[in-house]
Write a protein that binds this ligand. Structure first.
Ligand code: HEM
Length: 126
């Protein structure tokens, strides 16, 4: 189960289903990282690029779930290097439901497909 969660994290890091999240609009003038953002500016957050940022991730283009096995990085919106569900007040409220559904389907799929892939005529995932 620990590894399965790491697989889900790694897949979401590389392929966030909503790559630019939901657009924000600045409600006041603000300066972030030296950039002046005027009130009313629409701000797009590129979660896809953040998940592949080489200054944050080792070998970012490699699919390597193991990177999460001894890491506390999670996707609940507190670790900004991994935000497939967004963050802040408009972050996804369905995270727990989505994760339960993902784990159920993948764990069951593993049993149904990967577990039986040697059966003659059975089309497995492996
Ligand atoms: C793998 C599954 C899912 C992914 C990757 C996902 C991802 C996202 C993302 C990226 C956002 C925008 C967050 C932001 O811009 O900060 C969002 C918003 C939202 N999600 Fe999900 N979501 C998933 C499943 C679900 C489920 C299962 C539900 C409901 C049961 C749900 C309900 C919502 C709602 C209502 C919003 C809008 C929140 C708002 O604008 O205040 N999502 N989701």
């Amino acid at each position: 189960m620990h590894y399965l969660r790491a697989v889900i994290k790694e897949t979401r890091r590389l392929h966030p289903p909503i790559p630019l999240l939901i657009p924000r609009e600045a409600s006041q003038d603000v300066k972030i990282n030296g950039y002046d953002i005027a009130v009313g500016t629409m701000v797009m957050i590129n979660a896809w690029a953040i998940g592949r940022d080489p200054t944050t991730w080792d070998q970012p283009k490699e699919y390597r779930p193991e990177r999460f096995l001894n890491s506390s990085v999670d996707f609940r919106g507190n670790d900004f290097q991994l935000i497939p569900f967004g963050a802040g007040r408009r972050g996804c409220p369905g995270i727990s439901f989505a994760m339960a559904a993902n784990e159920l389907v993948l764990a069951n799929g593993d049993d149904q497909c990967l577990g039986n892939y040697k059966r003659p005529g059975h089309m497995g995932l492996a």
